[in-house]
Structure formats: structure tokens, C-alpha cells
Design a protein around this ligand. Structure first.
Ligand code: IMP
Ligand code: MG
Length: 174
């Protein structure tokens, strides 16, 4: 059985999401904000973040990207498996990710979104993981930064497990 080592408890996580929501609420005053969650990993983060925003009339949509590779690292070949349902032309898009690792997924998605001519596209991630970064991506909002490890919980999975855990853990295989 893999070991789960706590990295961020529920209270500290809540506080970090609150802090980022506060910043976003202030930065996007008077904008036509649309949150675009990257499925499946971002579903819990987006749900909590959206409810903390003080901007009332935001829109929400989802994308889904699949990357082919092993369980713990992406191959760099990304495929879009669910596209937007909403017209984002002229809108301020905030892409909500669970984790930016190599940066392959997020840079593919940014390129995709820009084709629809939004007014702006920024990135908000729950976790920024630095060690394996391959693409030079500008992360506008990050709740928590780590160097390495494999994180599960609060939406993040290992082989589709552990998404339901309310806190963040580093998964260590024996
Ligand atoms: P990237 O394309 O390498 O940046 O990785 C993006 C995707 O890989 C994320 O959206 C996650 O779905 C998955 N991923 C990368 N690192 C982790 C991790 O530590 N835990 C869980 N999923 C991860
Ligand atoms: Mg993901």
C-alpha cells in the first residue's frame, strides 16, 4: 500500500484558497470573468474558490485534457477530451488547474483558449510543482508551491483514487 504523508491540512488549505480568492476578487473587479476548470482534478478547488469570490456574476465552464504517460508523469502528448460549452470571446478567462507540473497541459490549453479570442487568459493553480517544469508558463495565482513529490487529495488523484481526501498528501510508493 502507498503511504500518504500530510503536506497541507484542511485549515491551512482553506486559508490559502481564501487568500487567492481575495486577490482574484480584487484584480477582476468590473471584468467579465469566466472560470474554466480543468477536469477532473480541479473540481473541488474550483468549487471552493468560486464560492469565496466576492464578484457575483461570474461564469463557469470546464475543459478536460488527457495526457498519455505513466501514472505519475505526463508524456507531453495532450488531447482535449471535453471542449467549452460557453462563448469566451471578449471575456476574461481564468484557467483553474489542480497542479502545474511539466507545464505541458496548461500551455496546450492556453493555446486552445486563445483561438476563441478572449480578452485575457490567466492561470490559477492549486499547486505549482517546480522540479519537472519543461514549458515556460507564467502562473498568475498559485495557492501552494512545492519542488517535487506526487500530491493527492482535494481533487488530485493517483490512478483515480484519493480525490475525495479533504487535505493534501504526498504519495510514496513502497
Ligand atoms: P503537466 O502537464 O505535467 O503540467 O501535468 C498536468 C497534469 O498531470 C495535472 O493536471 C495532473 O492531472 C497531473 N499531475 C501532475 N503532477 C501531479 C501530482 O503530483 N499529483 C496528481 N496529479 C498530477
Ligand atoms: Mg489535472
Amino acid at each position: 500500500m502507498p503511504k500518504l504523508i500530510p503536506i497541507l491540512n484542511e485549515n491551512d488549505l482553506k486559508q490559502k484558497v481564501k487568500d487567492v480568492s481575495k486577490q482574484i476578487s480584487s484584480d477582476y473587479q468590473g471584468c467579465h470573468l469566466i472560470l474554466i476548470g480543468v477536469l477532473k482534478g480541479a473540481f473541488i478547488f474550483l468549487a471552493d474558490l468560486a464560492r469565496q469570490l466576492t464578484i457575483k456574476n461570474i461564469q463557469i465552464d470546464f475543459l478536460r485534457a488527457a495526457s498519455y504517460g505513466s501514472d505519475t508523469s505526463s508524456s507531453g502528448t495532450i488531447q482535449l477530451t471535453k471542449d467549452l460549452d460557453t462563448d469566451i470571446k471578449g471575456k476574461d478567462v481564468l484557467l483553474i488547474e489542480d497542479i502545474v507540473d511539466t507545464g505541458n497541459t496548461i500551455s496546450f490549453l492556453i493555446g486552445h483558449l486563445k483561438k476563441f479570442n478572449p480578452r485575457s487568459v490567466k492561470i490559477c493553480t492549486l499547486i505549482e510543482k517546480r522540479e519537472r517544469r519543461k514549458k515556460n508558463v507564467n502562473i498568475d495565482y498559485a495557492c501552494h508551491v512545492i519542488e517535487k513529490g506526487f500530491v493527492v487529495g482535494y481533487g488530485l488523484d493517483y490512478a483515480e483514487r484519493y480525490r475525495n481526501l479533504p487535505a493534501l498528501y504526498d504519495l510514496k510508493n513502497d
